[in-house]
Design a protein around this ligand. Structure first.
Ligand code: ADP
Ligand code: ZN
Ligand code: ZN
Length: 748
């Protein structure tokens, strides 16, 4: 029997399988080897290479070697099919896709693999009677030794470190007890528990409202019929979507089936997870996200793989968790851009989920208050079943939203970041001892440094990006590559001292707020303050528990948190997300404003939202003010149709990077030429754009060019792109890399 093997370390160049002979002793159950990790000798390499068996067949036309060693099996047929499908759709290597499905840390060198964590315990080797006897006969005299033995008798095995406390931290006494045959030291496997310190009160299910019931039943039917269907649960924040998720997951659990719930990384806060722990207990739940240590992730993965945890909650990559008997996949905040990977493989977790649900004949549920334009379009076309929750479950009212025109503010001579109106409202909130959130989507202090005399701006030496001034370190920093340099006081170009700092970030906002409201307490949340593990949570807890007056932050303050005492939300500049070179700019702006607004008035008091902007007439801002998703959708969809943007086409971005500028220009040009000929000759119905520098044309010393294609994705396009990849090989440019991104999230 012959095994088809994907070689792991060779992934970069080869996206194909190699044949190996299966050792005779395995032949009988050869089919069960699909997915197993193997070691094989490959080409003329000295060391054995790691690979995965992806198929079994009777024979091969080649002269082949035998598999050297068969190791564990982490993968199965379904996972391999998924990897195959992904490799075709996202133009990437199967091996790279398989990597996503392996236990955390398993792509490291064997010697560095994550292992089960074990801890040394002290355990008794004699029983109570024997110990009593030794004490009575005087064989055992030391009071400390006796105390330790009694402790172990009463409490069972204990950590060495705990026992050492009896002997003032000394290990000697434990050693003596072991030498005399009373105790021994054993290694025990412990499971790293990311919820270690969590005691959560259990909750029971709520009686669903009619709207919730209706949605719940529709999805239940699909679960019962064991048919794939896709649902969109569309309801404002607080309309009770999570309660529907909880009850569906409960249904799956009762039927011994697994559920995967994806949430955006940033909203994977303890608050979110706690609601699930409270309903199902932590033993049924595994959580996967990037803030866990690799050891924690490894243990969570195992909990799923062994079928102990049937509920998986996690960010994007949790879609690849090794669940058994899938019952349902739920994607919350489905519009969130974090579901699309920006690293190879550039997969979209929503598409992966759809593929998995189809294969498993189970429903896929997407939830959002501001659905992705694409998703809503498909719901309107009845490809997705639309389930609506129109009312807030706890009848809390939506906040009042007001728009402040910053141009008028400037005309009145107010140069500060805070309009007169917002200033007054913050003051009102301070007097009433209510909390305020201020949102600004830029971190740092000043966002660019410019010479007034000659117009020179200080840029990163590795990237074509302005450096941002950070006041805490007193340095200029690049947000793309991390490069830092000292403050500039003299223009490097003309020598003038007319250097000025422009633009604002969260640091400056905090500084201004502290100046304007010296008695108010403030706390800031952005990447600069949350880089340590847990500090995201700590800042939010502190804001809530210490009743801090004002929370200042970026995107991070926007998602899913529930603060009953927050009655005012201020958006410092709504324009930030409008002025980017991306067809989704309006959509992002609408989503973010709606979400920020959702932070206000979640308690009993009505919330107020003040949005400051230089573009008060922009329709995404107007629609956010009216909290009118439908109006936004209708306006945006007709724009997209006119301009031919998704969902009316797919966009393929072919990206080129190189440290040598001439190379990247040459290669991009050649590929464009090739595409142009193909498109003309074969009359392909696609729109091909010229090869151009990317909006950010240099990052980390690499020059970046791109070619955009608008098309309807399908076999014809797949073939074309594969031909492009071959054509690229022919250019033999050593320094240039090519990437293909289908419907990219980031066009920069
Ligand atoms: P969403 O996920 O849409 O933001 P949630 O499920 O978090 O909404 O519900 C918002 C609030 O309403 C929560 O406090 C929740 O406990 C409550 N809630 C949800 N469904 C019901 C229900 N059927 N009856 C009473 N309260 C409910
Ligand atoms: Zn840089
Ligand atoms: Zn100058």
């Amino acid at each position: 029997m012959i095994a088809e093997v994907i070689i792991q370390s060779n992934a970069k160049d080869l996206n194909r399988v190699f044949d190996y002979k299966i050792p005779t002793e395995y032949e009988e159950n050869a089919l069960e080897l699909i997915g197993a990790r193997v070691l094989v000798s490959f080409a003329r390499r000295k060391e054995l290479e790691e690979g995965y068996i992806v198929n079994i067949k009777e024979s091969t036309e080649y002269e082949v070697k035998e598999i050297a060693k068969i190791e564990e099996k982490y993968l199965n047929n379904e996972k391999i099919e998924l990897a195959n499908w992904m490799s075709k759709r996202y133009f990437c290597n199967i091996a790279d896709c398989l990597k996503l499905m392996l236990p955390p840390g398993s792509t490291r060198k064997v010697s560095n693999r994550v292992k089960e964590k074990s801890v040394n315990f002290v355990t008794l080797k004699k029983d109570e009677d024997e110990i009593e006897f030794d004490i009575e006969t005087g064989k055992l005299k030391s009071a400390k030794q006796i105390r330790i033995l009694k402790f172990l008798l009463e409490n069972g095995d204990a950590l060495i470190s705990d026992i050492e406390m009896f002997a003032d931290g000394s290990r000697a006494i434990v050693n003596t007890l072991c030498k005399n045959g009373y105790t021994e030291i054993i290694e025990k496997k412990v499971e790293r528990d990311p919820f270690e310190f969590k005691e959560v009160e259990r909750t029971t299910k709520l009686t669903l409202t009619d709207e919730q019931e209706n949605a719940f039943n529709a999805i239940c039917d699909s679960m019962d019929d064991m048919l794939f269907s896709e649902f969109l649960l569309y309801g404002v924040t607080g309309s009770g979507k999570t309660e529907v998720y909880l009850q569906l997951i409960e249904k799956a659990l009762n039927e011994h089936k697994s559920s995967i719930l994806l949430v955006p990384e940033i909203s994977l806060t303890p608050q979110t997870v706690n609601r699930f722990i409270a309903r199902f207990g932590k033993e049924n739940i595994a959580v996967l996200h990037s803030k866990l240590s690799i050891g924690e992730r490894y243990d969570e993965w195992n909990k799923i793989n062994e079928g102990r945890a049937k509920i998986v909650i996690g960010a994007r990559s949790a879609i690849f968790a090794p669940v058994k008997d899938l019952g349902l996949i739920i994607i919350d905040e489905e519009h969130d851009s974090s579901y699309k990977s920006e690293m190879t493989p550039k997969y979209d977790a929503k598409e992966v989920a759809r593929f998995m649900c189809k294969e498993a004949n189970v429903p896929l549920l997407l939830g959002s208050a501001t659905p992705d334009i694409d998703t809503f379009y498909r719901a309107k076309n009845e490809e997705i079943m639309l389930l609506e929750l129109k009312n807030r479950a706890n009848n809390a009212s939506l906040p009042d939203i007001e728009i402040i025109d910053l141009r008028e503010e400037l005309a009145k001579g107010n140069k500060s970041m805070i309009s007169t109106r917002l200033y007054g409202e913050i003051q009102k909130n301070l007097n009433a001892k209510k909390q305020t959130i201020l949102y600004l989507n830029r971190r740092g202090f000043s966002t660019f440094v410019m010479c007034r005399n000659c117009g020179y701006t200080v840029k990163c030496k590795n990237c074509n990006i302005n450096l941002t001034y950070h006041s805490n370190t007193n340095k200029l920093k690049c947000h793309y590559c991390g490069y830092e340099e000292k403050l500039v006081t003299k223009c490097p170009s003309c020598g003038s001292e007319q250097i000025r700092y422009f633009g604002t970030g969260t640091q400056k906002l905090e500084y201004e707020i502290n100046k304007l409201f010296p008695n108010a307490s403030t706390i800031r949340m952005d990447i600069d303050t949350v880089s340590k593990k847990n500090s995201h949570e700590q800042i939010l807890e502190k804001f809530k528990n210490d009743n801090i007056d004002i929370l200042i932050g970026t995107q991070m303050v926007v998602k899913g948190h529930h603060f009953p005492n927050v009655t005012l939300v201020g958006v410092i500049a709504a324009d930030g997300s409008l002025n980017i070179d991306d067809f989704r700019a309006n959509e992002r702006t609408f989503q973010i404003l709606t979400q920020v607004a959702g932070r206000a008035g979640r308690g009993e008091d009505k919330g107020r939202v003040i949005i400051q902007t230089y573009n008060p007439d922009n329709f995404s801002i107007e629609c956010a003010k009216k909290q009118d998703y439908n109006l936004f959708y209708n306006t945006e969809i007709s724009l997209r149709k006119q301009l031919k943007y998704p969902p009316f086409c797919d966009i393929i971005l072919i990206g080129f990077t190189s440290v040598i500028e001439q190379e990247v220009v040459k290669v991009a040009g050649k590929i464009h030429e090739y595409l142009k000929n193909r498109v003309l000759k074969e009359n392909l119905g696609i729109i091909l754009y010229k090869a151009l520098p990317s909006p950010i044309d240099k990052i980390k010393n690499k020059y970046r060019w791109r070619i955009l294609i608008k098309c309807k994705f399908g076999e014809e396009i797949t073939d074309l792109i594969n031909d492009v990849l071959e054509e690229f090989q022919k250019t033999k440019s050593k320094s240039t890399k090519i990437t293909i991104d289908l419907n990219p999230n980031n066009m920069m």
